[in-house]
Design a protein around this ligand. Structure first.
Ligand SMILES: [Ca+2]
Length: 211
């Protein structure tokens, strides 16, 4: 991962979403170089519905796809900006599977039959913010794992395991250090089941990025 040293205009840089270079300020401001060492790598999956810099499409509905409702322009208290993603899982086992999930794919609906992988070798983790409507929602998130003629380089997918959400925005990350990210068309995945959420669940996601 490329790393750089952030400096003088760090605050301005943060405010305007950019990063500014320079080294002389560490001494002046008392910051050690390590404290200000940050990654410049950023590959967003989703930040805002209006962002032209989003990658991957939540097109790969799995399991009980009839139990899923997704709103990518939810304006109810987003983590940042004007929009976040809201997913409702109704746990009705509409297709008889008792679980459901969505792969974020590139391009849309690519289950490994189209040459659509991104080289994300510069990343060491996937980060995202999540919360549940009530708290206690049990869900799992993954990266990679799509296989086919054009398989993801990341096999098997790397998973969070089942995590229990709270009703407050919370940051999560999937450690990808040392993983082969040279070809990823399944950039993100959400999965849940009736066993874990017998009454269904409502979850929110925002700021999903490879860093
Ligand atoms: Ca947002």
């Amino acid at each position: 991962m490329k790393k750089i040293l952030v400096s003088t205009l760090l605050l301005l840089g943060l405010i305007f979403g950019g990063v500014v270079l320079g080294e002389e300020v560490f001494a002046q401001e008392g910051w050690s170089e390590e404290e200000w060492e940050v990654s410049t790598y950023e590959f967003p999956v989703y930040t805002e519905i209006s962002s032209s810099n989003n990658h991957f499409v939540p097109s790969g509905w799995m399991g009980d796809y009839g139990d899923i409702v997704i709103n990518e322009s939810c304006s109810e208290n987003p983590h940042r900006g004007e929009s976040c993603i809201k997913i409702i899982y109704t746990a009705k086992a509409t297709q008889g599977n008792r679980w459901a999930g969505i792969y974020w794919q590139n391009p849309a609906n690519n289950w490994g039959m189209i040459n659509g992988g991104f080289d994300l070798s510069g990343a060491t983790k996937l980060t995202f913010w999540a919360k549940g409507a009530k708290g206690g929602e049990r869900v799992e998130f993954k990266v990679g794992g799509i296989s086919g003629k054009y398989s993801d380089s990341l096999q098997p997918p790397v998973s969070t395991g089942i995590i229990v959400l709270t009703n407050e925005w919370t940051p999560y990350n999937i450690d990808l250090e040392g993983k082969d990210l040279s070809y990823i068309s399944g950039g993100f995945c959400w999965v849940t089941s009736m066993r874990d959420n017998p009454e269904g669940c409502e979850i929110y996601l925002d700021d999903i990025k490879f860093e």
